[in-house]
Design a protein around this ligand. Structure first.
Ligand code: HPA
Length: 285
């Protein structure tokens, strides 16, 4: 075991203290922006932007479309923290490293974490540019961020995941989508290691398993936030039909381009949803 549990906790405290020295904002909502979804941060006001390179124990991001900025500010008047750029397991980070930024923003005191991502559509009713509210996930990454000695300062040894994605969040997103007349899907997200996209045979297997969308992120972050008792919302932007469902080959370029369409819809939704999620249990305001 390379790191003792206390060390992680101590590092989190150092990182939180460093962030709190940069801004007086006490965020109640956190948002992690997926590939190509960084422009959602344009809606923020009173922004303090901190490059990951200036945050102790953070690392540089290596993926195109993931900038590497922590933003503190307000969205629709609500204090929020946004991560523009995430760390993926396929980049070679350990699960513990993948979830370090998630744990840090939870430790800033947020009650709700909104996870966004780009994903491939497995459900044949889905089209590129659709948004899907994550109802639940299947962890197919072959690892778990809570493996190893439990960090009892953070949460229990065996966390319950029967509501890994809060029902209140799901209903809040659905009613906001309805008000904005933005069609929205709902379904199961499977997190795979990557970095290869799936084979058509894997996509058929995932459909048999009841998966609607597939990606390479989100699952570790959801687990880490649930461990800390933070309620989680997840939204996937369907950027492409998964392998074998589309006549052309998959590319990160396509993912980046289509996610811009999703980002515009998601921006509108978040301005409505965020004020409603500041009070746990409230679905409308
Ligand atoms: N598979 C896995 N991850 C993805 C995909 C996909 O088809 N599209 C965007 N992220």
């Amino acid at each position: 075991m390379s790191k003792s549990p206390n060390t992680i906790y101590e590092r989190m405290k150092e990182t939180v203290a460093a962030i709190e020295r940069r801004s007086t904002i006490k965020p109640s909502i956190g948002v992690i922006l997926g590939s190509g979804l960084g422009s959602i941060a344009e809606k923020m006001t009173e922004v303090v932007s901190i490059p990951y390179a200036e945050i102790p124990h953070f690392y540089p991001t290596s993926v195109e479309g993931h900038t590497g900025l922590l933003l503190l500010g307000k969205l629709s008047g609500v204090p929020v923290v946004m991560l523009q750029g995430r760390f993926h397991f396929y980049e070679g980070y350990s699960m513990e490293e993948v979830v370090f930024p998630t744990r840090t923003i939870c430790a800033l005191g947020i009650q709700t974490l909104i996870l966004t991502n780009a994903a491939g559509g497995i459900n044949t009713q889905f089209r590129p540019g659709d948004l899907m509210i994550i109802e639940d996930h299947i962890n197919l990454m072959g690892d778990n961020p809570l493996k190893g000695p439990n960090l009892s300062q953070l949460g229990p040894r065996f966390p319950d995941l029967s509501e890994a994605y809060s029902k209140v969040c799901i209903e809040t997103f659905k009613s906001a989508a309805n008000e904005h007349q933005i069609p929205i899907k709902q379904g199961i997200y499977a997190g795979l290691l990557g970095p290869t996209y799936e084979t058509p045979a894997e996509v058929r297997m995932l459909r048999t398993l009841g998966v609607d969308a597939v990606g390479m992120s989100t699952v570790p972050e959801s687990i880490a936030a649930n461990h800390l008792g933070v309620q989680v919302c997840g939204v996937s932007c369907i950027t492409n039909l998964a392998a074998g469902l589309s006549p052309h080959k998959l590319s990160h370029q396509e993912v980046m381009e289509v996610s811009k369409v999703g980002a515009e819809k998601l921006k509108r939704l978040l301005t409505t949803v965020i004020p409603r999620l500041t009070h746990k249990g409230a679905t409308s305001q």
